[in-house]
Write a protein that binds this ligand. Structure first.
Ligand code: PLP
Length: 471
């Protein structure tokens, strides 16, 4: 029996109403959830009911159960971790992707989504100034995009040293040295664990967390054997990027594969005002970024970019009789199948919301998005600096601001007060031995009013901590 269209209509109508109510609540609701997970877990105890429930009732129950436990991450006053909101075109496109329900791995089987993703990939390469012939794959996030780039690097660098990884595996292979900056993101170590590459060799960084090319050169010279250098565009604390040109020169002189983790920071390359911070980045071999951070598509979407198509396809391509491959002619790489470029065989067409986001912004809108995030970070930093006893610990060069309120204890108390206040949400963290309040401006919708309200909330939290101390 095939499902009747009406079977969907009522549930989808309810979902639309609940989605609109959620989005309409964002400007006024407290940013944090009103209940914690343990409270919700207690409410949802019990086995799966035996009898069916109508789809529309399921959607109503789901929405009312979830509502108090939702964090307003898409709010213009959410500045936690590094998390973007959702552009309207991207959200609506994501719904269509779900309704279309394409298993988007094969160009032959799902031509519409394959071509939309290829188009989005081409636009991304152009915007970010990366080699136009590179392969672009859409992953769940930057973690998996980093995995793709580093897996391609592992394959290539071992091939260069005469080791057949596909045949022999890693056991007995030459040791691959992986060089990372001391302030790389933790997921780099995670992906190295996936890849069986062991602990990285850690390179010194400067006061903004940028890898020092002289230190890299020294460490690379001190040993030999196949090497991968993993650089960072966008330190989660300072927002600063490693000196790409100089570091890539050093790495390539030693024959290394260079991968760049640019989860949010690679987007600096899209803006004429910030691109100089990444000068030379295009000469790396692979890049990882997120679309669910700076580009503001809904979760989840990362982007894995590899300049050597044949390498990434060798690692991730699936060649078996029941799948129809896009590239029948040997020696002509062509566009390839989506499943050649990412770890998954079956997956949703998560590049389609990227297409919609970019199509809605256009080139000028994409530049304005990046510039606007950085300008709001600057405005927040300036407003904080005007408050007595507040220090901004980083040079605010992009979207990240690290703030101290004097002692570690006071900084922690202000952070707790701010989160309890609910008008804005910022994360606590630790950087260079100090507790900090960390601000990441990643939401397209943050405007001057959000900045003003958020600064007022921080000032209120600071005054409340002051009053408690005086009591
Ligand atoms: C967010 C982030 C990651 C991890 O990305 P996910 O999308 O969460 O998988 C990696 N590196 C940096 C620099 C990040 O900011």
């Amino acid at each position: 029996m095939s499902a009747q269209p009406d079977a969907y209509t009522e549930a989808l109508d309810r979902a639309l109403l609940h989605a609109q109510a959620w989005l309409a609540s964002l400007p006024s609701r407290p940013v944090g959830p009103r209940v914690d997970a343990d409270t919700l877990a207690a409410l949802s105890e019990g086995p799966l009911p035996a009898s069916p429930t109508s789809p529309a009732d399921v959607i109503d129950e789901l929405a009312s159960f979830a509502e108090p436990g939702l964090m307003a991450m898409p709010s213009g006053r959410f500045f936690g971790w590094v998390i973007g909101g959702t552009l309207p075109a991207a959200l609506a496109a994501d719904w269509l992707v779900t309704a279309w329900d394409q298993n988007a791995g094969m160009r032959f089987a799902t031509p519409a989504t394959a071509v939309l993703e290829e188009t989005a990939g081409g636009w991304l390469l152009d915007l970010l100034g990366l080699p136009l012939g590179a392969d672009v794959g859409f992953t769940t996030g930057a973690t998996m995009a980093n995995f793709v780039g580093l897996a391609a690097g592992r394959q290539w660098i071992l091939e260069q040293s005469g080791w057949d990884l596909d045949r022999n595996g890693l056991a007995g292979s030459p040791r691959v040295r992986v060089f990372v900056g001391a302030e790389r993101h933790d997921v780099i170590d995670l992906t190295l664990r996936y890849l069986g590459l062991g602990a990285p060799i850690v390179v010194d960084v400067d006061e903004e967390g940028r890898l020092r090319p002289d230190a890299l050169a020294e460490l690379m010279t001190a040993g030999d054997g196949p090497a991968i250098v993993c650089l960072q565009a966008g330190n989660v604390h300072s927002g600063a990027s490693d000196p790409m040109g100089a570091a890539i020169d050093v790495a390539h002189r030693h024959g290394a594969w260079v991968h760049v983790d640019g989860a949010f920071g690679l987007w600096a390359a899209a803006s004429p005002s910030y691109r100089a911070q990444l000068a030379g980045v295009e000469s790396a071999d692979s890049w990882a970024t997120d679309a669910h951070k700076t580009l503001n598509v809904p979760y989840d979407c990362g982007v894995a970019i590899v300049s050597r198509k044949e390498v990434v396809r060798k690692v991730f391509g699936v060649h078996t009789s029941y799948l129809v491959a896009a590239d029948a002619t040997p020696g002509h790489p062509g566009p390839g199948d989506p499943f050649d470029k990412v770890p998954e065989l079956s997956r949703r067409a998560r590049g389609v919301p990227v297409w919609a986001a970019l199509r809605s912004l256009g080139r000028d809108g994409t530049i304005a998005l990046v510039d606007g995030l950085a300008a709001n970070a600057r405005a927040l930093a300036d407003g904080l600096l005007a408050m007595p006893g507040v220090e901004v610990l980083n040079q605010v060069v992009f979207t990240q601001v690290c703030v101290s309120f004097g002692s570690d204890e006071r900084t922690r108390l202000v952070t707790q007060r701010l989160i309890a206040d609910g008008s804005a949400w910022m994360s606590g963290s630790r950087w260079h031995g100090r507790d900090i309040l960390r601000i990441s401006v990643s939401n397209w919708s943050t405007d001057a009013a959000d900045v003003a309200l958020s600064l007022a909330a921080v000032a209120r939290a600071g005054a409340a901590v002051e009053a408690d101390a005086g009591r």
